[in-house]
Design a protein around this ligand. Structure first.
Ligand code: C5P
Ligand code: MG
Length: 163
C-alpha cells in the first residue's frame, strides 16, 4: 500500500524601490517586469522557491534552508534559488530514494501587480524542478487587501508518495 507524507513551507520578503540586489521581483524564476518594486534580499529573493525548498525539507523533518545554506556564509550568498530547490530535492531523495512528489498547492500573496498572466510559467518552473507535470502544480494568487503592502509572501504545501 502506498504511503504518503505532507510538506509545508513559507517565505516572505519586503519590497522596495531601488533596494536589494537588482531591485527586481522574481517569483518561481519568473521576472515580473511591471512590478514597481523589487525584493530586498541577499539572494534573488524568490519567495516561492524558498517556500518550496522548505516544504521539501519538511516532508522528512530535515530542517530548513537556513540550516543548509546560511545567508551569513558567503559561499551561498548569490546562490540561484532554483539551485537551492535542486539541492534540497536531492537531499530528500538521499533520505528516501522512493519519494516522489505527487502534487503541489501554493499561494502567493502580493497586492500589486496582478500575476495571472505569469501563472503557467511559474507552474512550469516548479514542475520541472520536481520532475512532475504542470497539471500537478496548483498556484493561487491573493492580495493582502492592503494589509501587507510592500510585502510578498509564499506558502507551499505538497504531497510526497513513498511508492
Ligand atoms: O486577494 P483577492 O481575493 O482580492 O484577489 C482576487 C483575485 O485577484 C485572485 O483570486 C487572483 O485571481 C487575482 N490576483 C492576481 N495577482 C495578485 C493578487 C490577486 O492575479 N497579485
Ligand atoms: Mg479577497
Amino acid at each position: 500500500m502506498a504511503s504518503f507524507r505532507i510538506g509545508y513551507g513559507e517565505d516572505a520578503h519586503r519590497l522596495a524601490v531601488g533596494e536589494g540586489r537588482d531591485s527586481k521581483l522574481v517569483i518561481a524564476g519568473v521576472h515580473i517586469p511591471e512590478s514597481p518594486t523589487g525584493v530586498i534580499a541577499h539572494s534573488d529573493g524568490d519567495v516561492l522557491l524558498h517556500a518550496l525548498a522548505d516544504a521539501l525539507l519538511s516532508v522528512f523533518a530535515l530542517g530548513d534552508i537556513g540550516y543548509y545554506f546560511p545567508p551569513s556564509d558567503p559561499q551561498w550568498r548569490d546562490l540561484d534559488s532554483q539551485q537551492i530547490v535542486r539541492k534540497v530535492y536531492q537531499l530528500m531523495h538521499k533520505h528516501a530514494p522512493s519519494a516522489k512528489v505527487v502534487n503541489v498547492a501554493a499561494v502567493v500573496t502580493l497586492d500589486t501587480p496582478k500575476l495571472g498572466q505569469y501563472r503557467d510559467a511559474m507552474r512550469q518552473t516548479i514542475a520541472e524542478l520536481l520532475g512532475i507535470v504542470q497539471e500537478e502544480v496548483g498556484l493561487t494568487f491573493k492580495t493582502s487587501e492592503g494589509l501587507a503592502e510592500g510585502h510578498v509572501q509564499a506558502r507551499v504545501s505538497l504531497l510526497v508518495s513513498l511508492g
